[in-house]
Structures are given as structure tokens and as C-alpha cells.
Design a protein around this ligand. Structure first.
Ligand SMILES: C[S@@+](CC[C@H](N)C(=O)[O-])C[C@H]1O[C@@H](n2cnc3c(N)ncnc32)[C@H](O)[C@@H]1O
Length: 253
């Protein structure tokens, strides 16, 4: 999956990305802990690491983290922000991985950028027997939440676009991703978690955050900020995060 120029998009906005993207909710880290994924000393591979929104808490939890990020500006920020991680500036599909080198692989709001046909067999080989692949994704605009005046304004901006809507139909749905991640039989779904959370954003943060979304132009992000200004300057956004924990399948020889 993925589209032309996405790496440029994130990379161009590296500083804004670090500033504006919200941290993952504490309940997500609790779920990872309950899964036994946060064992101090465990070796983790964080793919599509960006500026380290997942890498940093993994390092703080005491894991030995290798973080893979193809955008050079993002990778440089990541190395500065999380000096305890080993940063690899490359696509996850391209890096050399030793067999059984990792106890855990994480992909935080990144799974939609990977070529899973290439990646999943490589991750299967790189994980120890019984290793975990944990994939999660933020949905910026919880479809189950009340439709706020701000969301109506955002929808009006999106509706004016000529291009087909992105993310495309079904692309944010956890069930669909669980099917795709288990289809080849290399990974078994162990647990799915759905979280809902809210955050207050002022209009400057709205501009910054929406600019980081790869389907938003800077002009549209300005319009989103103007909507927030019209509504008093600060808006409450309702977001969702889903998580799928997958256990490495033991394959018969
Ligand atoms: C939406 S960001 C998520 C960053 C971070 N994990 C987070 O939770 O905020 C997706 C990241 O995946 C990276 N990415 C895109 N394609 C990739 C690939 N093939 N291999 C590794 N990372 C990739 C992008 O450069 C971007 O930094």
C-alpha cells in the first residue's frame, strides 16, 4: 500500500510531526503491559518509527529498541529525541534482520504504509518463537463519537475534495487489518483492543496536526484552524486507537 510522496510529506513536516502528534493514550501502554510486551531487557523492533511516539515509551520501559524510519529528517529527530534507541534510516522491507533477533515488533500508525507480502515473512523470521507483533493505529475522528460542530466543519472541507477520499473505504477498520495480518498463517491474532479518547486542541495545534496528515494540504489545514477559531479557539476532538496483538505462528517444517 502507500502512495507516492508520502515519505516526503512526513519528512518535510518532521518538526511539526514531533510537536503536534499526540502521545498514545496510557490505556494503550497498559494493554501492552498486560500482554507481556513490555518486559525490561526484551529486544524490540519498532517499524515506521517517525519521531518516536512509540519508540520513546518502549525505551523508557527498559526494552532494547531498534527503530526503523525511512525519512532522513524524521530519523535524525528520532535519534536525537530517543538516544537510547538504535535508529536505522531505511524502509522496514529493506533492512537485514537476523533470525530470532527480536522478542517484539511494533508498528504504531504505520501498518498502512508497508508491503505486507514482503514484510510479514521477514518479521516472522526475525521474531523468536512465541514472539509478538503488535500493530496499532490512531483514527483521528472516532466514527462512533458524537459529531461535533468542529467535525462538521472538517467534513465540509473533505467533501469539497475532487480526489477519492483517503483513507479509503475500510482502511481504518480493525477487523479488516486483523484479516490481512493473519491471512498468510504466519501470525495468529491474540488480542484486539479498541480505545476511545479525547483531546483539546487550540487552533494552532489544529493547523499543525492536520498538516501532518498525509491527505491534507497546508491550505486545508489553515481552513481547519479557522473552523476552530470560529468555534472559540479550542475544540475537543474524539479519537480512537485500535490495537492488534499477534503471536508468531509455529510452522511445521
Ligand atoms: C503516521 S507515521 C507514524 C510514526 C510513529 N510510529 C507514530 O506512532 O507516530 C508513519 C511512519 O511510517 C514511515 N514509513 C512509511 N513507509 C515505511 C516503510 N516502508 N518502512 C518503515 N517505515 C515507513 C513514515 O516515514 C512515517 O514516519
Amino acid at each position: 500500500m502507500g502512495g507516492a510522496g508520502f515519505e516526503d510529506h512526513f519528512d518535510r513536516n518532521a518538526e511539526r510531526y514531533e510537536r503536534a502528534r499526540p502521545p498514545y493514550p496510557p490505556a494503550l501502554w497498559r494493554a501492552l503491559r498486560e500482554l507481556g510486551a513490555l518486559t525490561p531487557g526484551a529486544r524490540a523492533l519498532d517499524i515506521g518509527a517517525g519521531t518516536g511516539q512509540a519508540t520513546a515509551p518502549l525505551v523508557e520501559a527498559g526494552l532494547a529498541v531498534t527503530a526503523v524510519e525511512p525519512g532522513p529528517a524524521l530519523a535524525a529527530r528520532l535519534a536525537t529525541r530517543v538516544p537510547g534507541a538504535t535508529v536505522v534510516n531505511a524502509r522496514a522491507e529493506d533492512i537485514a534482520l537476523d533470525a530470532g533477533a527480536f522478542d517484539l515488533v511494533t508498528a504504531a500508525t504505520a501498518v498502512h504504509w508497508f508491503d505486507l507480502e514482503v514484510l510479514l515473512p521477514r518479521l516472522h523470521a526475525a521474531l523468536v518463537p512465541g514472539g509478538l507483533l503488535v500493530v496499532w493505529r490512531n483514527v483521528y475522528g472516532d466514527p462512533e463519537a458524537e459529531v461535533t460542530p468542529f467535525r462538521r466543519g472538517i467534513q465540509a472541507i473533505v467533501d469539497r475534495r475532487q480526489a477519492p477520499p483517503r483513507p479509503g473505504p475500510g482502511e481504518l477498520e480493525v477487523d479488516r487489518w486483523r484479516e490481512r495480518l493473519t491471512a498468510g498463517g504466519l501470525f495468529l491474532a491474540e488480542r484486539t483492543v479498541n480505545l476511545r479518547w479525547s483531546i483539546d486542541l487550540d487552533s494552532a495545534r489544529v493547523r499543525d496536526l492536520f498538516t501532518t496528515f498525509s491527505d491534507w494540504t497546508p491550505e486545508e489545514a489553515d481552513e481547519a484552524a479557522a473552523v476552530a477559531d470560529r468555534l472559540g479557539g479550542t475544540v475537543t476532538e474524539h479519537y480512537a486507537t485500535w490495537l492488534i496483538a499477534l503471536r508468531r505462528a509455529e510452522l511445521a517444517d
